[in-house]
Design a protein around this ligand. Structure first.
Ligand code: 4AZ
Length: 279
């Protein structure tokens, strides 16, 4: 999804050039509708970087989650190609400020799910192995994967975090502090109906929201461009579990159009197998 990269660059570029004019429909502060995250609250959140020659800097393209001292989980659509060169990527961890001056971590291996084609068809996940394992600190710590059998319901307390756009036409302004928003999970069947309505195919019974996807968000509270690959975590028996990966959606924070996430429970066996055979 090269358009995503260009859009992200454009959004970040526009906020470097000057803060965009306030949009009365987007008065909310946030990821969309969120708040600045406290340092250390989401210590698994990372930023995925590629080198942009024009700016001579490693630039944020997507979010990601540390799931092990040496592994980051992100969206497949954040990676340019299946045989991507690991040296083209860097990981920034341990700081709520996007360009907070922390050392960048090298990536030694990229594993895109072999069945991934495009986010709308599912399988939107990729694993990045870090060249060196990171030590746990107050600001850097892996998140738990859920058990494969966990059933996520609208009653779970879930949050999405990222440095993405804070409105459909509004990038996160400097100093680019990580944003968090509480989002409500929407059942797949309900979400599928919403997307059918939005696309005009009211009577079409095709499945737009695949079983390996999960919907969350409501009017005014959602993830947006540049949050892709980042974590959707839910409270499960007292601790945070990585339940979703920001994947796609029609716009951001629109009424009856939730954000769509990769359903992590579906891929827990695949993820543990990849990590297990690479140690
Ligand atoms: C994107 O393209 C994107 N509102 C991320 C999240 C959502 C839509 C699009 C959900 O990065």
């Amino acid at each position: 999804m090269l358009w995503l990269l260009f859009l992200t660059l454009l959004l970040l570029g526009s906020s470097i050039a000057g803060t965009p004019a306030p949009d009365p429909e987007n008065e909310l502060v946030g990821i969309v509708g969120g708040h600045s995250a406290p340092q250390g609250k989401w210590p698994w959140q990372v930023s995925l970087r590629i080198y942009v020659y024009h700016w001579a800097s490693w630039t944020h393209i997507c979010g990601g989650s540390l799931i092990h001292p040496q592994w980051v989980l992100t969206a497949a659509h954040c990676i340019s190609r299946k045989d991507a060169d690991p040296s083209a990527y860097r990981i920034h961890a341990g700081n709520v400020y996007l360009y907070g001056g922390k050392a960048l971590l090298n990536v030694s291996r990229v594993i895109v799910h072999p069945k991934y084609v495009t986010a709308f068809l599912g399988y939107d996940l990729a694993l990045l192995q870090l060249s060196k394992a990171v030590d746990n600190t107050a600001y850097i710590r892996p998140v738990r994967l859920p058990s494969a059998s966990l059933d996520i319901t609208p009653e779970h307390q879930c949050w999405v975090t990222g440095w993405g756009a804070i409105g459909m036409h509004q990038s996160l302004p400097p100093p680019y502090r990580l944003q968090q928003v509480n989002v409500q999970v929407v059942e797949n069947e309900v979400c599928n109906q919403h997307y059918h309505k939005a696309s005009g195919h009211v009577s079409d019974d095709s499945t737009l929201i695949q079983p390996d996807m999960l919907c969350a968000g409501s009017e005014g509270q959602d993830s947006c461009y540049g949050d892709s690959g980042g974590p959707l975590v839910c409270r499960v028996s007292g601790s945070w579990s990585l339940v979703g990966i920001v994947s796609w959606g029609y716009g951001c924070a629109l009424r009856d159009i939730p954000g769509v996430y990769t359903r992590v429970t579906t891929y827990v066996p695949w993820i543990t197998k990849q990590i297990g055979t690479c140690l």
